[in-house]
Write a protein that binds this ligand. Structure first.
Ligand code: NAP
Ligand code: MG
Length: 455
């Protein structure tokens, strides 16, 4: 039986629509349709598959505003961010549309015949998406999966299903067969968990909490199912005394408060060299106080509300009893608002320094020298992202190689660029999305030897 789930606007707390919520039988039926659609989809000529993906990208482009408005309403994203996110789906589709015609294997010299490799699609790929970036994270999975010749079942988060459902409709409009890409809204414990146990699902791409990610990895062992995991983060922003402190301070707020801090790449640990610690906090304070938290539909908004009441309570629990350096402002009244907040860590043992808050909370700690900075940055089970600020090229190279993290930026806060690999070290994840290599993780290598035979 299929029920429905209410969808809430986090800026007001009001229910504004509802969507179907699939049960186990409906999930099984969808997976079986996806499995049935696989042989015909993998047989589509590479150029035709490319054309369908480009058409899908063009339709997303025509609907950027509509998709962005849905995300503002459903997830409280700022309109500027939401337009970028819809544009990112378009760009990722265009990028991987180039893949089907270039998915070449090798010819390996061997005696007695020829040897060639094929990158075979896996079958049905299950993509499980969290609520923090519903559009991009969906696209990073479905675009390369479809390009490589797999069929896809995608489960959006219950809190944020609307843009995924719309993207599913646009795919059909673009001519992609309905059963090749299906969006299945429903609870993680039902729909998502079934991706783990259903034998026709051959790979899972999961983004979300480390706890659920571990359970998916453990469950996948039973069928030796492929997994890509993008989990939590507690990334460091390391500011050395020789850096352009004004630029580093001006850009630090957005590196952690963007999307209200609900970003696995948030630079939520700020490490400042002790010789410039006071000066840097002096530069940071006006930048934090000037961060615009307002109705996310306004073009000037830099930050909207948190996703839910429960999540706001969780974020607040990190601030209670901690040393607050300063805070920004947030609207009062309805909606799940929380002000940008800067906390001074007493030591690297503080809960707010160690755990992923996933809200607009920045923890600050001074460090002595390069070695101390690297030690503190690596003193975490996570390793997703991070930044470092210095004018010394040698130091930039040394620290870049020493920090155990999957995506690092020097004198900027860039993490996600669709041309380059993205993913975590340590418990931040497994595998990489985006960039030239992600495609191959939606395939298995088949080696074929053909004997030359006797003359
Ligand atoms: P979550 O529980 O891991 O949810 C992520 C996705 O997994 C959702 O689609 C969820 O569905 C689904 N799911 C939940 N339980 C599942 C299960 N047993 N089997 C299969 N799928 C399952 O994350 P959350 O509860 O939304 O957020 C909790 C915390 O996770 C956050 O505070 C943050 O620290 C972290 N997080 C990290 C990221 C990231 O980008 N790395 C993203 C989101 C959250 P439903 O939501 O529909 O149940
Ligand atoms: Mg959860």
């Amino acid at each position: 039986m299929t029920t429905t789930t209410d969808v809430i606007d986090p800026a007001t707390g009001a229910v504004f629509t509802s969507v179907p919520s699939l049960d186990l039988a409906a999930t099984d039926a969808a997976v079986e349709r996806a499995a049935k659609a696989f042989p015909a989809w993998r047989a589509v000529a590479p150029g035709d598959r490319a054309r369908l993906l480009r058409r899908f990208a063009a339709l997303v482009d025509q609907h950027v505003d509509e998709l962005a408005e849905l995300e503002v309403r459903n997830a409280g994203h700022t309109i500027g961010n939401a337009r970028w996110e819809a544009g990112n789906v378009r760009d990722v589709l265009d990028y991987y549309a180039g893949a089907p015609e270039r998915l070449t294997g090798r010819q390996i010299p061997v005696p007695g015949g020829i040897d060639v490799t094929f990158h075979e699609p896996l079958g049905v790929v299950g993509i499980i998406v969290p609520w923090n970036f519903p559009m991009p994270i969906a696209g990073w999975g479905f675009a390369p999966a479809l390009a490589a010749g797999n069929t896809v079942v995608l489960k959006p988060a219950e809190l944020t299903p609307l843009t995924a459902i719309r993207l599913g409709e646009l795919a059909v409009e673009a001519g992609i067969p309905r059963d090749v890409f299906q969006v299945l809204p429903g609870p993680g414990r039902v729909v998502g968990q079934r991706f783990v146990t259903h034998p026709a699902v051959r790979k899972i791409c999961f983004t979300g909490s480390t706890g659920v990610g571990k359970s998916i990895m453990a469950g996948a062992a039973d069928q030796v199912k492929r997994v890509t995991l993008e989990l939590g983060g507690k990334s460091a922003n390391i500011v050395f005394a020789d850096a352009d402190l004004e630029r580093a301070a001006a850009s630090a707020p957005a590196s952690v408060f963007d999307n209200a801090g609900q970003d696995c790449c948030a630079r939520s640990r700020l490490l400042v060299q002790e010789s410039v610690y006071d000066k840097f906090l002096g530069l940071l304070e006006p930048a934090v106080k000037g961060f615009r938290v307002e109705d996310p539909a306004l073009a000037t908004a830099e930050m909207g509300p948190l996703i839910s009441a429960g999540h706001r309570a969780s974020v607040a629990s990190y601030v209670e009893g901690s040393d607050v350096a300063f805070t920004g402002r947030a609207p009062e009244g309805d909606g799940w608002w929380f002000p940008p907040t800067v906390l001074l860590a007493r030591s690297a043992d503080d809960r707010h320094w160690r755990e992923e808050v996933f809200g607009p909370v920045l923890s600050v700690l001074p460090f002595r020298d390069e070695e101390d900075a690297v030690r503190l940055a690596n003193d975490t089970e996570y390793g997703l992202s991070g930044s470092l600020w210095t004018r010394d090229l040698g130091r930039a190279l040394r620290v870049s190689r020493a920090v155990e993290t999957g995506a690092l930026s020097v004198n900027s806060h860039s993490s996600v660029r669709y041309w380059t690999p993205f993913g975590g070290m340590k418990q931040s994840g497994l595998g990489r999305e985006l960039g030239p290599d992600a495609l191959l993780s939606f395939t298995d290598v088949k080696n074929v030897f053909m004997a030359m035979g006797d003359q």
